[in-house]
Design a protein around this ligand. Structure first.
Ligand code: GLY
Length: 415
């Protein structure tokens, strides 16, 4: 059943081939209809999360729906669960789209269990993901001072992971011995927003200095000359020198892991938003162009651009196997969202190209083959979590849905 629903029609493929070559900006009604789809899926999730008496355990957050499953797998919110902010964040965006106070109430309730992070020593860099997605969206939409308090406290906590000799934040304290030093992963670029925001909202200016040091050091060591990034950079913990680049979730140390590159695109775009430093804008374009150069025609990357199976995998084959490379809708959503922002900062020709790809990506993800639809309450199917570990392959992921609805909100503003 699921397999049948995922099969592309030739008409769909033909549409994609045409739209790949032309401008595909969706009209306002189409984007509104996508947002209405998200809202109805989200309400389905909320209904499924309630027990027979209508009570929801807000300390459990949807994380994934694995291939062939129909319901969200939940994880208890704690400092080790990096995805805990995405469901509240998705609710915040749905509230922004609908202005429905029932959704606002759910967003608040799913955000609150993360407040303990304001009094908890840093576990790892994902603290940024956890609170930017939940509390920062909440603060943006409600100006609740309690949210601001949590964000400022967490920014100070995140800063405790900064190593001034290396010039970056330590991503995984628990893996220092495994990697032979201070490890920094590309994903960490996203967390810099917490520091930039805090410095502008009553926190110390040193938080901004830390964020810029991290962004500059990453720019220097974490990429090959062609703008493709490593997943992990290892620095000497004592003198800070760069030791090596390697991977954790990609195919190989020097391959382009799609979501890692997506974090870089989103991260440097965000750095420019907060600093207006030209070097970040230039670099955002460099890492974006490296990604776009190899992006499949429908706008959704394979999980790693160097998977040798790509050569023999048709874009119509969405069910991975030993011979079919999996796709990663989550990376596509992170990039589409970033491109809507980046397009606002660059020269007109570049902006046109970035908007074309962002809109094309949304056009692809609008097709039934990519949607949870009747199969499951997630917005999207076909993300890849951790391919080398064999986990969350061809799955629905809470972060794919989050960046999808963010991209739609940005598309609506651009329409
Ligand atoms: N931050 C982990 C991931 O992107 O999978």
């Amino acid at each position: 059943m699921r397999k049948i629903a995922k099969t592309f029609t030739l008409a769909t493929l033909a549409m994609l081939m045409v739209t790949a070559c032309t401008s595909v900006a969706a009209d306002r009604d189409t984007v509104d209809s996508d947002l209405a789809y998200c809202d109805s899926q989200l309400r389905r999730t909320l209904a499924e999360l309630a027990d027979s008496t209508g009570v929801i355990d807000y300390t459990l957050s949807p994380r994934n729906i694995l291939a062939g499953e129909q319901h969200w797998n939940l994880r208890r919110v704690d400092k080790t669960e990096w995805c805990g902010g995405f469901f509240p964040g998705t609710l915040w965006y749905d509230y922004e789209a609908t202005a429905d106070t029932a959704i606002l109430s759910q967003a608040r309730r799913f955000t609150q269990p993360l407040a303990f992070l304001a009094q908890t020593p840093a576990y790892d860099h994902d603290l940024g993901f956890l609170v930017i997605i939940s509390f920062l969206n909440g603060y943006r939409l409600t100006a609740d001072e309690e949210y601001k308090h949590v964000l400022l406290a967490c920014a100070d906590t995140l800063a405790t992971l900064f190593n001034p000799r290396a010039g970056t934040i330590l991503s995984w304290p628990r893996h220092v011995a495994d990697y032979g030093g201070h490890n920094t992963i590309m994903d960490n670029m996203i967390n810099l927003e917490l520091l930039f925001w805090a410095a502008e909202n009553g926190g110390s200016d040193s938080l901004r200095q830390i964020a810029m040091s991290h962004a500059d050091t990453t720019m220097t060591y974490h990429f090959h000359d062609d703008g493709v990034g490593y997943h992990v950079a290892v620095y000497d913990s004592l003198d800070g020198h760069f030791i090596r680049g390697c991977t954790h979730q990609g195919l190989g140390d020097t391959t382009m892991w799609a979501r890692g590159q997506a974090w870089a695109i989103y991260g440097y775009t965000m750095c420019y938003r907060y600093t207006h430093e030209q070097r970040y804008l230039d670099f955002a374009q460099k890492v974006t162009d490296a990604y776009l150069k190899q992006l499949p025609a429908d706008g959704v990357p394979f999980w790693d651009f160097n998977d040798p199976r790509i050569a023999t995998t048709a874009l119509t084959e969405l069910t991975p196997s030993d011979s079919v490379a999996p796709r990663d809708a989550s990376a596509a959503c992170v990039v589409a969202s970033a491109l809507f922002e980046l397009a606002g900062y660059v020269a007109p020709d570049k902006a046109k190209e970035y908007l074309r790809v962002a809109n094309l990506t949304l056009e692809t993800l609008r097709q039934p083959e990519w949607r949870g639809g009747d199969l499951c309450p997630a917005f999207l199917l076909h993300s890849t979590g951790h391919h080398p570990a064999g986990s969350e392959i061809n799955a629905s992921m809470s972060y794919a849905d989050y960046y999808y609805i963010e991209a739609l909100i940005r598309a609506r503003k651009a329409s």
